[in-house]
Design a binder for this molecule. Sequence first.
Ligand SMILES: C[S@@+](CC[C@H](N)C(=O)[O-])C[C@H]1O[C@@H](n2cnc3c(N)ncnc32)[C@H](O)[C@@H]1O
Length: 197
Amino acid sequence: MTSIQHRQYFNERAESWDRTSAGSERLSEVVSRCGLQSGQRVIDIGCGTGTLIPHIKNCVGKEGTVYALDFAEEMLRVLKTDTELSSVILICADIVKIPVCDHFFDHVLCFATFPHFNDKRAALSEMRRILKTGGKMTIAHLMGSREMNQFHGRAGGVVQHDYLPHGEEMKELLRRSHFSEINVVDEPNLYLAQGVK
Ligand SMILES: C[S@@+](CC[C@H](N)C(=O)[O-])C[C@H]1O[C@@H](n2cnc3c(N)ncnc32)[C@H](O)[C@@H]1O
């Protein structure tokens, strides 16, 4: 499926996107495992309507800065209506062409989005590019790759074949994308793939 079809798919779902379905406790748990620190500059890639952002803000505190990127402008429009997220800097762009200079972020976080990227190598390369040296990248899901891939298979349509690489495959992808300190957890209730630039 093309990027244009995906963008349309998510734009059509923005208004009814359920930000609370995952449960706040689980979201907080997953963010707490990312290793974010107070004062950091963080970007939420594929932010949707901002599900994860309150939890990111809690970790980075008032001294930190949160950016949020999505290519579906309707998702960002809905996000903007949340006054608690008014300090967040929004970027409407495709993952493969992020309008940000090199070495900018302390942490690049990609929650519940990686399977939707058509060109996963290009996405990883771009995520690494915008990281500071020593910065960390996290790809997270509230379910494992097997469960995620079954979920998309059942959903059908545009996302039917959207694929989350299993643990070993992801480790290899991260290695090839020149990340170091690679760690991948792929369990039925949690997927956490991390690497350092
Ligand atoms: C399943 S939603 C998850 C949204 C949010 N992270 C959440 O958990 O509610 C995936 C998001 O990624 C965005 N997305 C998918 N492919 C993208 C791409 N190539 N570039 C930028 N955003 C993308 C979609 O527009 C959508 O908002």
